[in-house]
Design a protein around this ligand. Structure first.
Ligand code: C5P
Length: 300
């Protein structure tokens, strides 16, 4: 095989509950991931060494040196296989960069699936999941897709059944946010308030809403413990969230660490109308309609 293409979805967190800061600098989470139909494509081509090229709207914001997560994923896979392999990775970005939608994790997951195929390794999914967890907290979910609850750092996943399709609008912001800086701001705010940080718990009502496919109930139970920190760093997002609510969104939250804002719509038509309203009123410069759940990293 000389070339392989993999499609990988973005995610939104329908519940993101953040526990106390751990000794290793991470936080224990209850993180309900939901994969949505905004995609990156990763092409892997035969080559002597491992290289990456990034194309698309936000490509200039993605590093192409050794810190690139897709390169790190390909290297980790070659190491796991015990040989030195090469691949030219060509990434087409559809997922906002540093937007709180796991774009970097998607590229890592895509590189794992693509190189596993290109190099004919035939490694089972469980092995890829293990390598993924070492690369980043969200990478296993980018492989898995669907809807799942992540515990630990977010990398220990249990799939959740969903009873239908949910329709979303994502308002893209100018410029990204570093995940680490948002967690740091969350810690700072918590320290300043001296409030006890409870152990994160899965919201049963949210689970039920996902299971029955009830968008109204899901909308009322969306939650994100990072949102206050994100809004502190980017106050201009608060009116964007308000505007979505005024235009009938069933729920409006910051996606993960942000700055992308996520709005749950009633159906596909409402999602289109909501996206239109957000852009024409100037509440967002770009708004994209999408649906979920969709499958994780997939060979195409
Ligand atoms: O795992 P990943 O490299 O994606 O995490 C990026 C940063 O987000 C970490 O360095 C850490 O600051 C923060 N993080 C955290 N707790 C988690 C996941 C991420 O504090 N469970």
């Amino acid at each position: 095989m000389s070339s392989v293409t993999v499609r990988v979805p973005a995610k939104v967190n329908v519940q993101l509950s953040v526990g106390p800061l751990r000794d290793d600098g991470y936080h224990d989470l209850v993180n309900v991931f939901h994969a949505v139909s905004i995609f990156d494509e990763v092409v892997a081509k035969e080559s002597e060494s491992i290289t990456v090229q990034v194309n698309g709207k936000w490509s200039d914001q993605v590093p192409t040196d050794d810190s690139n997560l897709a390169i790190r994923a390909a290297r980790a896979l070659a190491k796991h296989a015990g040989r030195s392999y090469g691949a030219d990775l060509i990434i087409q970005k559809g997922i906002p960069v540093a937007g709180g939608m796991a774009g970097g994790s998607a590229d890592a997951a895509g590189a794992l699936v693509a190189c596993n195929e290109l190099w004919g390794l035939g490694l089972p999914f469980e092995d890829l999941m293990e390598i993924a967890g070492d690369l980043g907290s969200d990478v296993p979910f980018s492989l898995l897709g669907g809807t799942a609850v992540g515990t630990g750092r977010g990398e220990q996943l249990t799939e959740l059944p969903t009873g239908g399709v949910f329709h979303w609008v994502f308002a893209l912001a100018n410029g990204g946010l570093s995940t680490a800086s948002v967690y740091a701001e969350c810690d700072r705010l918590r320290e300043a308030s001296k409030a006890e940080v409870p152990w994160p718990q899965l919201n049963d009502s949210l689970m039920e809403a996902l299971g029955t496919g009830d968008a109204y109930a899901l909308g009322s139970h969306l939650s994100n413990d990072l949102q206050t920190a994100t809004l502190n760093l980017r106050p201009e997002l608060a009116p964007t969230l308000d505007s979505g609510r005024q235009h009938g969104a069933l729920g409006a939250i910051v996606s993960g660490s942000g700055p992308t804002c996520a709005f749950l719509a009633i159906d596909a038509t409402h999602a289109r109308d909501l996206a239109h309203s957000l852009t024409t009123t100037g509440a967002a410069h770009t708004a994209v309609a999408a649906h979920g759940p969709v499958q994780g990293a997939t060979l195409i």
